[in-house]
Design a protein around this ligand. Structure first.
Ligand code: ZN
Length: 249
């Protein structure tokens, strides 16, 4: 029996598998580094970078990067939005939200949109370098990760230089490529495929409203994902630690 396909009238899309490195399950990375709060939960964090990384992304079931030229998602009318990530230290706290001393914690990539960027900018304007300030976050909406952001009375991680060094060492060991964390990198073809699979009733996604966005990177000063990998890092942090007047010499 002839097993070849006789009907050549319908072109079959060419599916090409993607070659991926071992040990990089994006969802695992996401679970490990995501700072996600539950409804009513309060956490205490310390910001470890001077300023956040910023990328242009689209949302369609998940975040993916807007392409700098001829982005199919922009052309299809999807709005590209700003997405930010800043590395933080998440303190372990007791049931009442108090830091257990001597403190322990973990490194997280805190991701947010323009609303929290604005809130943090306001804090920066009032307090200066946010690395010298612990923040308390209290979640009021789990789905959209809405939360109040308030400065704590004391910056615990900088109280003791040895413990501060431990935090920096942990940051150096754990910090990873933000590009893998913030969104998925899709090719133009993959975006087209993804958008065509969108459910029929997906007119206006329930995203927090924001100002109108430009349709592409053109003239916006934004770099492509790879160009924009965050240059700041632990070296800068160590330099800061040397300069900090809050630290005993
Ligand atoms: Zn786009």
């Amino acid at each position: 029996m002839d097993s070849t396909n006789q009907d050549q009238s319908v072109p079959v899309p060419v599916m090409v598998p993607k070659v991926v490195p071992w040990g990089q399950d994006p969802s695992e990375i996401f679970r490990k580094y995501r700072l996600g709060l539950k409804m009513g939960q309060s956490v205490r964090i310390a910001i470890l970078e001077e300023s956040p990384s910023q990328m242009r992304v689209h949302y369609d079931k998940f975040y993916f990067y807007c392409l700098p030229k001829g982005c199919p998602a922009c052309r299809a009318g999807s709005r590209a939005v700003d997405r930010y990530l800043i590395w933080v230290y998440l303190y372990e706290t007791d049931d009442k939200g108090a830091v257990r001393m001597p403190f322990t914690g973990s490194i997280k990539g805190w991701q947010f949109g323009r609303d929290k960027f604005a809130a943090l900018t306001a804090l920066f304007a009032e307090w200066g370098d946010l690395r010298k300030l612990d923040l308390t976050l209290t979640c009021s909406d789990e789905k959209f990760q809405r939360m109040s952001i308030s400065p704590a009375r004391e910056c615990v991680w900088l109280r003791d230089p040895e413990k501060a060094k431990e935090v920096i060492d942990l940051f150096q060991a754990e910090k990873m490529d933000e590009i893998l964390l913030m969104a998925r990198t899709l090719t133009a073809d993959e975006i087209i495929l993804e958008m065509s699979n969108a459910p029929e009733s997906a007119p206006s996604r329930a995203q927090p409203a924001g100002p109108a966005q430009p349709d592409s990177y053109a003239g916006s000063g934004y770099a492509t994902p790879r160009e924009q990998a965050h240059p700041a890092g632990p070296a800068e942090l160590s330099a800061l630690l040397d300069q900090l007047d809050v630290l005993p010499k």
